[in-house]
Design a protein around this ligand. Structure first.
Ligand SMILES: [Zn+2]
Length: 151
C-alpha cells in the first residue's frame, strides 16, 4: 500500500506545481494589459476607428454608431417590416419546438439514489420575435449582424 501513498503524494505535488504555474501566467497576462493601458494603446489608436455603442441613436443619421458593437459606419438599410399575426404564430410555434428539443435536464441524486434536485436549463431562442417595424423610417444593418430601427 506504500506505492499508493507515493502516487497520491506525487499527484498532489504535480497539482500544486500546475496551480502555481497557472497563477504566475495569469498575473503575467494582467500586467501586460495594464502596461498597454498605461501606454495609451486603445482600439482607436490601433485601428483608427471609434467603438462607441453609447452614441447609437434611434434618430436617422447616415453615419452612425452600431448599438451592439459600436462600429461607426454608413450602415446598410432595409425597409421596415409590418407585424403580421401569421409570422408571429409561426415564430412562436418554432420557439416552442426549439425549447422542447433543446431543454437540458440534469438530475442530481444522493448516495442512496434518491433524487435531491432536478435542474432544467432554459435555453434562449436564437431568432428574434417579430415586431412591428413600421414605427421606424428605416432599419439599419451592421456588419456584426445587429439590426435596429431609426425614425
Ligand atoms: Zn455592429
Amino acid at each position: 500500500m506504500i506505492w499508493l501513498r507515493v502516487i497520491l503524494i506525487v499527484a498532489i505535488v504535480i497539482m500544486i506545481v500546475i496551480m502555481i504555474a497557472w497563477a504566475l501566467l495569469e498575473l503575467n497576462l494582467r500586467s501586460t494589459t495594464k502596461r498597454l493601458e498605461a501606454a495609451g494603446v486603445t482600439f482607436e489608436a490601433l485601428t483608427g476607428r471609434k467603438l462607441e455603442p453609447e452614441l447609437a441613436t434611434d434618430q436617422f443619421e447616415a453615419w452612425t454608431h452600431c448599438p451592439s458593437c459600436g462600429e461607426f459606419d454608413c450602415h446598410a438599410m432595409r425597409e421596415p417590416l409590418p407585424w403580421i399575426r401569421q409570422d408571429w404564430l409561426a415564430w412562436n410555434s418554432g420557439r416552442t419546438a426549439w425549447i422542447e428539443r433543446n431543454t437540458w435536464t440534469q438530475t442530481i441524486t444522493s448516495w442512496g439514489g434518491h433524487t435531491s434536485r432536478v435542474i432544467d436549463s432554459a435555453p434562449e431562442y436564437p431568432i428574434a420575435e417579430p415586431v412591428n417595424e413600421t414605427r421606424f423610417a428605416t432599419i439599419r444593418i451592421c456588419k456584426c449582424g445587429k439590426e435596429w430601427g431609426q425614425k
